[in-house]
Design a protein. Structure first.
Length: 135
């Protein structure tokens, strides 16, 4: 899979409804994974969305999830730019440059779902997510 860049939206518990709405607007295929799907209860949040992807025939990709427990939801500040794919060298190179001088909230490392993932806010205040597919 080639690397891709797309918006990643965060929600305060209504990610399923929002992503289903965006599907009615944009069409496409919607895939939703709950916290319960990964074997975790997530502090009573097993039915909440851990990760969702909407991919359209027109080439749009929109990702989103419910905020994890303890994360504050701030409308207007509830999005990130996502870089994802399976080219580890390319994506690690992006991570190295983006995280230089950044605030790293999740170090780039293997996660419970099998991918290598990291989150940072760059020196300009933009939130980034980098995911290297383990599949």
């Amino acid at each position: 899979m080639a690397s891709r860049l797309n918006p990643y939206l965060s929600f305060a518990g209504d990610a399923r409804q929002a992503m289903e709405f965006y599907k009615t607007v944009l069409g496409g295929d919607l895939t939703l994974h709950t916290y319960g799907d990964t074997g975790g209860d997530g502090a009573g949040r097993s039915d909440k969305i851990m990760h969702g992807t909407l991919e359209t025939a027109g080439g749009f990709t929109l990702m989103g999830a419910d905020n994890p427990p303890g994360a504050e939801h701030k409308p207007g500040n509830n999005f990130a730019v996502s870089l994802s794919g399976d080219d580890s060298d390319e994506l690690r190179g992006y991570w190295d440059k983006l995280s230089a001088g950044a605030t790293v909230s999740v170090p780039l490392e293997k996660q419970m779902w099998g991918d290598v993932f990291g989150m940072c806010t760059d020196k300009f205040g933009i939130a980034w997510m980098v995911n290297i597919s383990g599949r």
